[in-house]
Design a protein around this ligand. Structure first.
Ligand code: GLN
Length: 224
């Protein structure tokens, strides 16, 4: 069967068409990007630049195939609702509990948090023993960029883009804080879970994605 024609990619556009990505090397780990809402395309590109086979995850079947998963920034309430609507919440929680390497950025970090510092409930995946405050730095106008020293990452500070970003209010004993802004943790790691309050996919500094892919390979992903 012939493939349907691809839509043209409009330079500068971030949402239409399929990106031109490097062909993954043989045995590359299969890393998914949860693609229900948020900035999926930029993560797929960053992962591909890091030598992963990157694919969108939109269903339980997609989830079952991937060896690691990025949960992108976007709107955590929307992504949480859609996970429920597509019956993906429980299977995803199970994969996270079972130790699948997962990298949550911004809304993704919120969704991976066990607790949120707010007076209403919203569905989260959990797994990360932290309390997170949404929109902690302020509203859209309070979005900012900053250079972060990241513990364990060579090559100097990471230029980080914060968009209606959360910060972590409290961390449990198993959580390592890798970077902070004004004393507020913004990159944390707990076992196979990595989370960042900002958008590493919006710059061309791929070191966090590379570290995540390397950790996934270390945990046994790839080589198939
Ligand atoms: N403020 C958003 C939320 O609460 C997160 C913003 C983002 O992912 N850039 O989900």
């Amino acid at each position: 069967m012939s493939r349907p024609p691809r839509r043209a990619w409009v330079p500068g556009s971030r949402i239409v068409g399929e990106p031109e990505r490097p062909v993954p090397p043989e045995g590359a780990p299969l890393v998914g990007v949860l693609a229900l809402q948020g900035d999926v395309y930029e993560h797929l590109n960053a992962l591909a630049r890091c030598g992963a086979h990157a694919s969108r995850v939109r269903s339980v079947a997609d989830l079952a195939r991937v060896e690691a998963l990025v949960i992108p920034g976007g709107e955590s309430t929307t992504i949480g609702k859609l996970l429920g609507l597509f019956d993906m919440m429980e299977p995803l929680r199970e994969r996270v509990r079972a130790g699948m390497p997962v990298f949550g950025t911004c809304a993704g970090m919120i969704l991976l948090s066990d607790r949120l510092d707010q007076d209403f409930d919203q569905p989260v995946i959990g797994g990360l023993d932290v309390t997170t405050r949404r929109n902690a730095f302020g509203n859209q106008q309070a979005s900012f960029e900053a250079d972060l020293d990241v513990s364990g990452l060579d090559g100097g500070p990471v230029h980080a883009v914060f968009i209606r970003a959360p910060w972590i209010v409290e961390t449990g004993p198993g959580v390592e804080v890798l970077a902070s802004v004004d004393g507020h943790p913004v990159i944390v790691r707990q076992g196979s879970i990595l989370a960042a309050a900002f958008h590493p996919e919006l710059t061309d500094d791929d070191r966090l994605h590379a570290a995540f892919v390397a950790a996934a390979v270390e945990a046994g992903a790839g080589g198939r």
